[in-house]
Ligand binder design. Structure first.
Ligand code: SAM
Length: 441
């Protein structure tokens, strides 16, 4: 491949769009705005857009390199300087620039001085040679995988302890794009109706083999009309399976302890044929607002939304009131990275104990709500043992009439016998964990 050639103007446009991308979300809007101002279009646009996205994808790694070279987190630097350093690392470390482009990279110092303060220009000029001569120390398997697949090292280390030789397959699956999946809402439509709609529009699709109301849409498609009619909801196969595992029946009393935006609440109402009662708890106002809209659109009549901490639910509703409890717990969500690629750089190892504590407290609250003989599902979209098997083990050890109801497929057994895991690389969906627990009479 030839060497990368970039002009002054192109570098300026990149730095400005990376800087504005911190302020305007989604960042592609910032890019569009800046590129228009610089009159960048056609082939030049595709080339620079590719570089822009590649910086966004690698951002965590790029920032680690900057920190290693300057000794402080780039997040405390001047925003113009930070953007220029990010562009410089992308081009000098990850690409193969020609000599002229390297010169233009040096020229960014003057651009910075003009945009902010001469000091930032000097600072940048000083750091640039270190960036150009940077050689990564790939002295452990985790470092090599981090470089190749762009995940935090601690995350790769944890994944390796869970799945060993399949680590690379899993990381690759997290990096690939999943097609849009929708679950048909049987309260308003049926699967054949939705399939006929897609056929009329010449959109290719396939039906999930594991959840027969889930359809994977294989062509670019805006599901707006189907969503507005309440015929479908965007939902992956693995979370759609959760309500089937808990299997609430018409007439039952159900508590959904972490319900917004209502994916599982609406599914459970469907399985209950809109008969019985679902108490749907959540704490997030924005998500609750969305849940209200979703449930209305989908024709759910039996859900009562309660804006409160799920840990307070037994105080609010009373103890032993529920036939079924759904605890689709707040989690690190690392199993969904294929759907949210930038999430990987927001994962923090130090946040895990905090979220685990919340999961345990919510699980204990779910237990108090449950009638003797009732069942609860603990699920997460995390791959980490700490948030899954370890939480369930902790819970079973301290509640002796709690019994794990063994799950036998359609996915694989979890690391604790009787639990179940959906794996992105084995099952082509997001990472998901399930543990069904019964309160013995
Ligand atoms: N079950 C939902 C669905 O299927 O659409 C997704 C739930 S999401 C995995 C976890 C939810 O937990 C978030 O909406 C979050 O606002 C909520 N949450 C976080 N802390 C909570 C708490 N203490 N009590 C109740 N909900 C909480």
């Amino acid at each position: 491949m030839g060497k990368l050639k970039l002009s002054d103007r192109q570098l300026h446009a990149l730095v400005e769009s990376i800087k504005l991308g911190e302020e305007i979300k989604p960042s592609q809007q910032a890019k569009r705005k800046v590129f228009e101002r610089y009159r960048i279009d056609g082939w030049e646009n595709s080339k620079l857009t590719g570089i822009f996205y590649s910086i966004q994808r690698r951002l965590g790694l790029i920032d680690e390199i900057i920190q290693e070279l300057v000794g402080v987190s780039p997040l405390i630097l001047d925003p113009w300087l930070r953007a220029a350093l990010r562009v410089a690392v992308e081009i000098a470390v990850f690409r193969n620039p020609n000599e002229k482009t390297l010169q233009h990279l040096r020229g960014l110092a003057q651009f910075l001085s003009r945009k902010t303060h001469p000091f930032t220009g000097y600072y940048y000029y000083d750091v640039l040679p270190k960036i150009i001569n940077y050689v990564p120390k790939l002295d452990s398997p985790e470092k090599r995988l981090k470089w190749e697949y762009l995940f935090p090292e601690w995350f790769i280390r944890k994944i390796r302890t869970i799945i060993g030789p399949e680590t690379e397959d899993l990381l690759r699956a997290l990096n690939s794009t999943l097609p849009l999946s929708v679950r048909v809402n049987m309260l308003k439509a049926d699967v054949e109706q939705v399939e006929a709609f897609l056929k009329r529009k010449s959109i290719r699709f396939e039906r999930s083999e594991r959840v027969n109301t889930v359809i994977r849409i294989l062509d670019p498609f805006n599901p707006g009309v189907l969503l507005n009619r309440g015929w479908v909801i965007a939902q992956e196969e693995a979370p759609a399976l959760a309500s089937l595992v808990l299997s609430p029946k018409p007439g039952e009393t159900v508590v959904d302890l972490a319900a917004a935006p209502g994916g599982k609440t609406s599914h459970m109402a469907e399985l209950m044929n809109n008969e019985g009662k679902i108490y749907a708890f959540d704490v997030d106002d924005v998500r609750i607002k969305r849940m209200k809209e979703v449930l209305k659109r989908m024709g759910v009549e039996i859900a009562e939304i309660i804006r409160a901490d799920g840990r307070k639910a037994p105080e609010i509703l009373g103890r032993e009131v529920a036939d079924k409890v759904m605890l689709d717990a707040p989690c690190t969500s690392d199993g969904t990275i294929a759907k949210n690629p930038e999430l990987r750089w927001r994962l923090r190892e130090k946040n895990i104990p905090k979220v685990v504590k919340l999961q345990k407290e919510l699980l204990q609250s779910a237990w108090e709500l449950l009638k003797p003989g009732g069942k609860m599902l603990y699920s997460t979209c995390s791959l980490l043992v700490e948030e899954n098997e370890e939480v369930v083990k902790w819970f079973l050890e301290r509640n002796e009439n709690a019994k794990l109801v063994p799950l036998r497929g359609p996915y694989d057994e979890g690391l604790l016998p009787g639990t179940m895991r959906a794996w992105p690389h084995r099952h082509g969906t997001i990472g998901f964990f399930y543990a069904l627990i019964e309160k013995e009479d």
